[in-house]
Each structure stands twice: as structure tokens, then as C-alpha cells.
Design a protein around this ligand. Structure first.
Ligand code: LLP
Length: 685
């Protein structure tokens, strides 16, 4: 039973019309029904309720994080087969103890990852793997819990590509060797045998192969008991089939009854039963919605050519699998016999053959029962971006995987360009997100900011176009932390955009920072004026935990220091000194920066008035120390000098890294900062 039903002539996913989902998210698109998923989970769980059991959902069937999260919240364990699936399960909030790691080819890295995460058990499949896990666990001072996956040599009567329990398959350890393998495990110091596992194949439609497989496992468990090797659980794997067409898979109750009866009759002592179902939980919880691009008549056949293909759903191409295909809107016109094919350049690229459908070009169709091994087996063949995935719950839809873009396709093969800029002694690396550069994590920023081992920079600037002459602008310090605004950086951005012809300099450039919009105007070939916003003297804005005053006093080491304080988007304290060269930047600067009155710390400027329109400045920068240049610090100093009557606008501020001109008409007028910028290097990573 699922929640993809017609209401009148319209196909619905729960309470949402599928056509509306296609309209909103585009096609092709996987549409999942949360209620169907939950219902199937509960059905499996309830069928085994009377026996201690653990259900480890097979992530390979569908690893979408949103679906895994739903299952994790319902209490599911997870069966994984790679480091990637481990990461998915953990990201979805899985309990590591409930993770089973299956698969014949676990790498050293994956084993280490799994041991660090503290997973429940490794289902081991060969002696070399057993030794490898032991060695790694020993080196990490851990004990790894293992279950041997046996190969019971049973025919599950399923497609040869998905049968796994026959002696000639690569899976499991030959049942005749199993006892010796457990003895080896017993002798390895970093391993503990806790269970025995098997998995005989997938889409199995009979009960007898399961009963036989479990019986084989239990005979081996009994033989082990005679050797004093006692286990806690048996794991029967996954594999129960579903109905795609006219199959009649066993009901979950019959499946459970068969397994529990076998267990009751043949278990030598009480054993928990573990399962690894994938398909039976997700298969019917999704449809793939696709649009008919063309209807093509040939001498022998009519083809409906879809915008979905074998890259979105490979099961028909790979296993000749059958999926029901239905129209999203039922039409009353005559049905035609069509092969539904994709756009991929392979004759195996079909989704359904010889189907009778009432369809026209432009119509939507839904391919049913694609939740398992649908999206997860997709590819990008023919340079096709992977499609979107949408989750429906009642009348709500949620995009749970965005459609890939062409940029996504190219990103792993292209170098990421960056530009190195300078503005007044500060150096910046600029990433233009419209030029194939990706957002850097704070880890990466820290690593690449390093002057010996990275590219070396004071700040990282990231920009992305919003509209003409308007860009998003983000600023990060070398420690990876985000900064509210940087005027020197804004000039560097303006120069970059000018050099790349990305803006019209007859108009102002607008930069959207995380908290305001900065305007930048070009005033010379490499010279720009940046609107830094109005100053704010209120203690709350700075923030400063002292009542508002023009001059604050703080005693440090028995000496009283007077300073003004204001916010220029970031906190500043400004002290006037007589001689800039011996200003106590390192001592008083640092002490004031870290003073408890500034709960977010403060930048501290020491200024010497030189004339009506000139001052010299040194700055102790929050989180950095003494800096060659600080644009907002220059603004803060000039504002205090103007407010206190020492200077008049414009004020040239002389910093160690160079000069800036600050314009301010007083009060709530914005402060304009004028200075040069330079582009010093262009490279790629
Ligand atoms: N446990 C192990 C160790 C497995 O290898 C598998 C599936 C399962 C559990 C889950 O089996 P399920 O309950 O989903 O049948 N791509 C194929 C199916 C491959 C199954 C691989 N192993 C298909 O589209 O039919």
C-alpha cells in the first residue's frame, strides 16, 4: 500500500498533486511519500515485535539524508557498505552502535573510520579482511565486534546479478570453512565474534530460501557452541521482494513467521534476530516523474522519449527490470503502444517497453516503485546532472536534494581561480563564486591563509553577483571566522570587478555584507570611495558595558587611560597620543582590546593629530595584534578627531601600510573612506 493515488484523473503524492510538484521542482524528479516510508518501516518492525530484533536498513537502497533521518528517528539501525554510506548514516543521526558494516572490499581507511565512529559490528567476508580489521583495531587500542557472513550456497531464484548466496558468488565465507574462521577470530586479540550473518540475494519472492539460509546459519551456530563459541545474534540480511508488476511476494507476517519458527526450532540458545532490509522499506515509497519530450514514430515502433533515462533509473537497462508507468493526468483519448525511452545514447536506455498509455508530447508520466536502487544507482553518463528529489508529507513538499547544475558537473575537473589583491598593506584573496570558485570551509581558509604552507592572506573575500552592479560580499579572517565588514576589502572587490569588466563604473557598486549594504564609487583608475555607514557611539552598538560618554576612563596598572569608543560595524576604542612612534600599542592596546568592558573585544587605535586635515594612526586589531592597516579603524580615529574639534573633514589618515582619506559631515552622516587598491596575482588552485 502506498500514497500515490489518483484523485479523479490526477495523480497525487499524499495530498499534493504530482503535476504541481513537477511544476515547482522541474522534471525529472524523484517524489517520495513520507507516510509510505514510515508505514513500511512500522510493518517490518511490527512483524518481528515478539522477538528481540534489530532492523538495519540497507543504505545502498536509498541513502538520501532526509530519508535516513526519518528512519533513524524511528529507531532504525543501518547496514552500510562503504565509508560514504557510513558518513551518510552518521550525518543522518544514526546511533553508531546500530550500524552493521557489510561488503567484501572494506579498505583500511574505511575500517579505521568505522572503528573511530564506534560502529556496532563488521560483517566480515574473508580471512584477509579479518586479519586487517584485527591489525587496525589493535593499533587503535580497540576491540572490533565481528560477525562472519557465511555463503550458504542457496539458490534464491532471483536475477543472477543480484543473487549473492551461491557458492560461485564473491560474497561470504564458504559454509564449510566457517568453524575454522571463528577459531581464528578467537585467537586474534582485537576481535570479538558476536554474531553470524548471511544475505542470499535481493527481490526474493519465496520464503523457502530464507528458511534454508537461516537454518544453515543455525546449524553452524550450534556447531560453534560445541566448541564453546557463543554468539548473541544471527543476521539474515535483506532480500525480501516487492511487487513491481504482478509478483506476489510473501507478506511480512509470513516472512517473520517463517524466520521466527526456524529460529525457535533450531537455535541452540536464545539469539537476537537482525535484518538488513532495503527494498521492502523504500521501493514503493517513490515515483520518478518525467516529462515526455517527443513522441517518435518509426516503421516498427512508437517511442515516447522522456527527459528521464537510464542515468536516473538504471534498473530496466541493467536487469531488464519492470516498473509500472502511469500518466500523471489520465486522459480519455485512445491509448497507444509505446516504448518509453530516455535521451541517453544507448539502446539499453529504456524505462518501459510495449506499454499502453494515453499520452501526448509534453505530458507527465510517473514511474512507480523506484524508491529502492533508483536514485542511488543513478549516474551522470552523457554529462547529465542528477535529478532533484522531493519529499512529500501530507500537503507539504520539501526539496531533499537539489537538482545538480552543469557547474556541479564541471567542478571536479576545473581549477578554481583566485585573485590576490592588496589594499593599504592588507592582502586579500578574492574568490569569485560566479567563476567556478567554491565556498571554502573555515578549515580550508585557515590552511590557505598560512604564510608558509598556504597562499598567505589577511582576509578572504567571497563575492557573488546578485544583480547588475550589486554583489553579495562575505569576509573571513585568516582564522576562518566571518567579519562584519571590511572597507579595504570592498575597494579590492571594486577594483577586481572593474578589471574584469563586471560592473558599470558610471554607477555606484553595491556590496551586500552580512549586516548592511555598502556603496563603492570609483574616484581614480585604482582608487575607490567606500560608504562605511554612519558611526554609532551608543554603548549597546559597540558593545561596551559602560554608560555613554565622550571620553571613557579605564585604569590599567595604576595609570588612567582616556579613550573614545564607537562602532563602525565593529567595535573601536580610540586613544589620542602625543607621539605615535612610542604609542603603547602592544601593551595598552592589547589590554584594552581584551578588557571585560568590551564583551566582544575591541580594536584599539592610537592617533597623533598632525594638522587640521591629517593624523597618524596605529591600530591593535582584535584577534590579530598590531596591523599595518585598518580601514574601519582609520574611520573611527578620523571621526573622533572631527567630533572633538581637532580635525575637519576630509582627514588624511596615515597608517603604516599607507594613507586613507576619510570624509564625514558629522552626526548620522555616512563615513566615506577613500583609498587605493591593487591586484597583485592571479592564480588557480
Ligand atoms: N544486506 C546486504 C549485505 C546486501 O548486499 C543487500 C543488497 C541488502 C542487505 C539489502 O537487500 P534488499 O532488502 O534491498 O533486497 N541493485 C539491485 C539490488 C542489489 C542488492 C544489493 N544488496 C536492484 O536494483 O534490484
Amino acid at each position: 500500500m502506498d500514497y500515490f493515488l489518483y484523485r479523479g484523473n490526477e495523480l497525487y503524492a499524499e495530498d499534493v498533486a504530482v503535476a504541481q510538484i513537477a511544476e515547482q521542482y522541474g522534471t525529472p524528479c524523484y517524489v517520495y511519500s513520507q507516510q509510505t516510508l514510515e508505514r513500511h518501516w512500522h510493518a517490518v518492525d511490527a512483524a518481528f515485535a515478539k522477538h528481540p530484533h534489530r532492523i538495519c536498513y540497507a543504505v545502498k537502497a536509498n541513502g538520501n539524508l532526509a530519508l535516513l533521518r526519518i528512519l533513524a528517528e524511528l529507531g532504525a539501525g543501518f547496514d552500510i557498505v562503504s565509508g560514504g554510506e557510513l558518513a551518510r548514516a552518521l550525518a543522518a543521526g544514526a546511533d553508531p552502535q546500530k550500524i552493521v558494516f557489510s561488503g567484501v572490499g572494506k579498505t583500511t581507511t574505511e575500517i579505521r573510520q568505522a572503528l573511530s565512529a564506534g560502529i556496532g559490528v563488521f560483517n566480515v567476508e574473508s580471512l584477509p579482511e579479518i586479519h586487517r580489521i584485527n591489525d587496525i583495531a589493535a593499533s587503535m587500542n580497540k576491540i572490533a565486534a565481528v560477525a562472519v557472513r557465511i555463503n550458504p550456497d542457496i539458490n534464491a531464484h532471483t536475477h543472477p546479478y543480484i543473487s549473492t548466496g551461491l557458492a560461485h558468488n564473491k560474497f561470504g565465507i564458504d559454509k564449510n570453512d566457517v568453524l575454522a574462521v571463528y577459531k581464528t577470530i578467537q585467537q586474534l586479540p582485537a576481535l570479538k565474534a558476536v554474531g553470524m550473518a548471511c544475505h542470499i540475494g535481493s527481490q526474493i519472492l519465496e520464503l523457502s530460501p530464507f528458511a534454508e539460509a537461516l537454518s544453515c546459519v543455525l546449524q553452524l551456530v550450534t556447531a560453534l557452541k560445541e566448541q564453546n563459541i557463543i554468539l548473541q545474534h544471527v543476521d539474515i540480511g535483506g532480500g525480501l521482494g516487492v511487487c513491481y508488476d504482478a509478483e506476489t511476494p510473501p507478506s511480512l507476517d509470513d516472512y517473520a513467521a517463517t524466520l521466527l519458527n526456524t529460529l525457535q526450532k533450531q537455535a541452540p540458545y536464545p539469539l537476537d534476530l537482525w535484518l538488513e532490509p532495503g527494498r521492502v522499506i523504500v521501493a514503493n515509497a517513490a515515483i520518478l516523474v518525467s516529462k515526455i519530450e517527443y513522441i517518435k514514430e518509426t516503421a516498427s515502433k512508437t517511442f515516447a522519449i522522456l527527459d528521464a533515462g537510464m542515468t536516473d533509473l538504471v534498473r530496466p537497462a541493467l536487469y531488464d527490470a519492470y516498473h509500472k508507468i502511469i500518466a500523471v493526468k489520465k486522459l480519455t483519448q485512445k491509448e497507444i503502444m509505446v516504448d518509453l525511452v530516455g535521451p541517453v545514447c544507448e539502446s539499453s536506455d529504456f524505462l518501459g517497453k510495449s506499454r499502453l498509455l494515453a499520452i501526448n508530447p509534453g505530458d507527465l508520466i510517473a514511474i512507480r516503485s523506484v524508491g529502492a536502487y533508483g536514485f542511488s544507482m543513478g549516474s551522470r553518463y552523457n554529462a547529465r546532472p542528477r535529478c532533484a528529489e522531493v519529499l512529500v508529507y501530507k500537503d507539504k513538499t520539501q526539496l531533499i536534494r537539489r537538482r545538480e547544475t552543469i557547474a556541479d558537473l564541471l567542478s571536479h575537473e576545473q581549477q578554481q581561480p583566485f585573485v590576490k589583491m592588496q589594499g593599504l598593506g592588507n592582502d586579500f584573496v578574492l574568490l569569485d563564486l560566479d567563476e567556478n570558485s567554491e565556498v571554502w570551509s573555515s578549515e580550508k581558509i585557515k590552511q590557505l591563509a598560512h604564510r608558509q604552507t598556504g597562499i598567505g592572506f589577511d582576509q578572504l573575500l567571497m563575492i557573488k553577483k546578485k544583480e547588475d552592479n550589486q554583489f553579495h560580499y562575505k569576509i573571513y579572517n585568516a582564522d576562518g571566522g566571518e567579519v562584519e565588514q571590511c572597507g579595504n576589502g570592498a575597494r579590492a572587490v571594486a577594483l577586481y570587478l572593474t578589471l574584469k569588466n563586471k560592473i558599470d563604473n558610471s554607477k555606484a557598486l553595491q556590496l551586500l555584507t552580512c549586516n548592511r549594504l555598502m556603496t563603492v564609487k570609483r574616484v581614480g583608475p585604482q582608487r575607490f570611495k567606500v560608504d562605511m555607514g554612519p558611526p554609532d557611539f551608543s554603548p549597546a552598538a559597540i558593545p561596551l558595558q559602560l554608560p555613554l560618554q565622550d571620553q571613557y576612563e579605564i585604569v590599567l596598572d595604576n595609570k588612567t587611560y582616556r579613550f573614545a569608543a564607537l562602532s563602525m560595524g565593529n567595535p573601536h576604542a580610540v586613544l589620542r597620543v602625543e607621539a605615535i612612534d612610542n604609542a603603547p600599542v602592544q601593551t595598552v592596546g592589547k589590554a584594552l582590546c581584551l578588557h571585560p568592558s568590551f564583551p566582544k573585544q575591541s580594536n584599539v587605535g592610537f592617533m597623533q593629530i598632525i594638522g587640521k586635515h591629517r593624523l597618524a594612526l596605529r591600530v591593535y586589531e582584535r584577534g590579530v595584534g598590531e596591523t599595518l592597516a585598518c580601514g574601519s579603524g582609520a574611520c573611527a580615529a578620523a571621526i573622533v578627531a572631527i567630533r572633538d574639534g581637532y580635525c575637519q573633514s576630509p582627514v588624511t589618515v596615515h597608517l603604516m601600510g599607507g594613507e586613507l582619506i576619510i570624509h564625514w559631515q558629522g552626526k548620522n552622516e555616512p563615513v566615506w573612506m577613500e583609498g587605493d587598491a591593487q591586484c597583485v596575482y592571479e592564480g588557480a588552485l
